[in-house]
Write a protein that binds this ligand. Structure first.
Ligand code: TYD
Length: 135
């Protein structure tokens, strides 16, 4: 089973500002099939709370900050994101929750699959069962 990873994206900074890049199969280990973003999150709200059977994703805080909480069935890891050039790589079969959104936070997500509700695991007990089958 792959492990979650904090990825440093290239950053070109000069007096005009900064520029960062993501190239599929260069900075991330998958082909990008979909891009979505989460924004206008009211204070205290929690997003996610699900896992994916196949999808991998990279989550970047393009603006503001938030915590990506990843559960492997036994323990939890918290990745606090607040830089536009750092992303969390979320492998398949991790229960992921995003919380502690700052105001104006923008969570940018690059996904390895098209949207498919059948790829979602929305029940934590079912997630644990599937996870145990893959151990
Ligand atoms: P949801 O998975 O609940 O978002 P989060 O992971 O932040 O909890 O998605 C919210 C709604 O958006 C839900 O009705 C499904 C829909 N949606 C799509 O139609 N296509 C997509 O690519 C995504 C990510 C969500």
């Amino acid at each position: 089973m792959k492990e979650p990873q904090l990825i440093d994206l290239p950053k070109f900074a000069d007096k005009r500002g900064s520029l960062s890049i993501i190239q599929e199969l260069v900075n991330i280990p998958f082909v990008i099939e979909r891009v979505y973003w989460i924004y206008d999150v009211p204070g205290g709200e929690i997003r996610g709370s699900h896992a994916f059977k196949e999808q991998q994703e990279l989550i970047v805080a393009l603006s503001g900050s938030f915590d990506v909480v990843l559960h492997d069935g036994e323990k939890e890891q918290v990745f606090s994101l607040n830089r536009s050039n750092k992303g969390v790589l979320v492998p398949k079969l991790y229960w992921r929750t995003i919380r502690n959104f700052s105001s104006n936070a923008l969570a940018f997500v690059l996904a390895s699959t098209r949207y498919s509700e059948t790829d979602y695991i929305r029940d934590f007990d079912e997630f644990i069962k599937l996870r145990n089958q893959h151990e």
